[in-house]
Write a new protein. Structure first.
Length: 276
C-alpha cells in the first residue's frame, strides 16, 4: 500500500485529505480491539465528496487510517488544543475517549517514531512538494484542508456541530480575502449552518503551511457528517442526494478560491509552464 495518493492539477488550489484513508497494516490491526477495528473516526468519503469538483485542483490523500498515525497532528506530539479533550499523534483512544488497543498493545515511543517516518512524513513530503509546485506555477498556493466529523461528539465538544466549520487559526493562516470568500459562501448556503474558528480552528496542517507572506494560504473545512452520510454510524454510507446538494456549495467555495488566487500572487510573477 502506497502511503499517499496524489492527483496533480494545474490550478492554484491544493486539496489536503489526511483522514479519509482506511488502510491499517496487519500488525497494527491485530492489536486493535473491537472499537479500534470499527475505524469509526474516519473522515468517511471526503475524497469522493470533493472529487472532480474543481477540474484544476490537486488532491493529496493519505491512504492510511488516522489510527496508524494522524497526519493532521504535530509530529512532535504537541497538543493543538491545550486543556481540551483531543486525540494524539498515534491515537490510543477514539473520539469518545474509549481505548483502541487490546490491553498492553499500545504503541511505544520507538514504534510511534517509526510510524512517523513511514506514514506521517510521506504524506507531508508529498503535500509540501505539491504546494511548492503550485506556488512556482501561480505565485500562490491555496491549501484547502478537507475534513469531516460526527455532528455530535460530547467528548470533544458540547452540543451539535455546525455543518460548515471553517478554521484559519483566528485569521493567521491565509489572506483575509480567502477567509471571507469561504465564509460568505457557506453563510449563504440555504439550509446549512456555519461557523468560523469555532471548536475547530485549523489543525496542524493548516497552521504549519499557512504562511500568507510566503504565498501559502491555508484554510480548513470540517464538515458535519450528517451533511453527506446516510448515518453517522455503521455502515457510514454515502448519501448521494445529500452529498450532491452539499457538493454544489463546496464547488462554489473552491471556484471562488480559484478565481481569487491571481490577486494574491506577486505582481511580477511569471507562471512556470507558460509562454511568459
Amino acid at each position: 500500500m502506497q502511503p499517499v495518493e496524489v492527483i496533480k492539477g494545474d490550478g492554484p488550489v491544493v486539496l489536503g485529505v489526511p483522514h479519509a484513508g482506511t488502510y491499517v497494516p496487519e500488525d497494527i490491526r491485530d492489536r486493535l480491539n473491537a472499537t479500534g477495528r470499527k475505524l469509526a473516526d474516519t473522515d468517511w468519503h471526503v475524497d469522493r465528496l470533493y472529487s472532480d469538483l474543481l477540474p484544476g485542483a490537486t488532491m493529496v490523500k493519505a491512504n492510511f487510517h488516522r489510527y496508524v498515525i494522524d497526519a493532521n497532528r504535530d509530529p512532535e506530539g504537541v497538543s493543538l488544543y491545550p486543556g481540551q479533550n483531543t486525540t494524539t499523534l498515534c491515537p490510543t483512544t477514539d473520539f469518545d475517549g474509549r481505548p483502541l488497543y487490546r490491553s498492553g498493545k499500545d504503541p511505544d515511543p520507538a514504534e510511534i517514531e517509526a510510524r512517523r517516518r513511514t506514514w506521517h512524513a510521506s504524506y507531508h513530503d508529498a503535500l509540501l512538494g505539491e504546494l511548492e509546485r503550485v506556488r512556482a506555477r501561480h505565485g500562490v498556493a491555496i491549501l484547502y484542508d478537507c475534513h469531516s466529523i460526527r455532528s455530535m461528539v460530547p467528548y470533544l465538544f458540547e452540543g451539535t456541530l455546525p455543518d460548515f466549520n471553517i478554521g484559519t487559526n483566528n485569521g493567521t493562516t491565509c489572506d483575509p480575502a480567502v477567509e471571507a470568500a469561504v465564509v460568505e459562501r457557506t453563510e449563504a448556503a440555504e439550509g446549512y449552518t456555519s461557523v468560523l474558528n469555532g471548536r475547530f480552528k485549523g489543525g496542524w496542517t493548516t497552521r504549519h503551511y499557512g504562511r500568507p507572506d510566503m504565498g501559502f494560504h491555508a484554510i480548513q473545512m470540517e464538515l458535519a457528517q450528517k451533511t453527506h452520510l446516510a448515518s453517522e454510524d455503521t455502515p457510514f454510507a454515502y448519501d448521494t442526494a445529500k452529498a450532491d446538494a452539499l457538493r454544489s456549495h463546496l464547488k462554489d467555495v473552491l471556484s471562488a478560491l480559484e478565481t481569487l488566487a491571481p490577486s494574491l500572487a506577486p505582481k511580477n510573477h511569471a507562471p512556470t509552464g507558460s509562454s511568459q
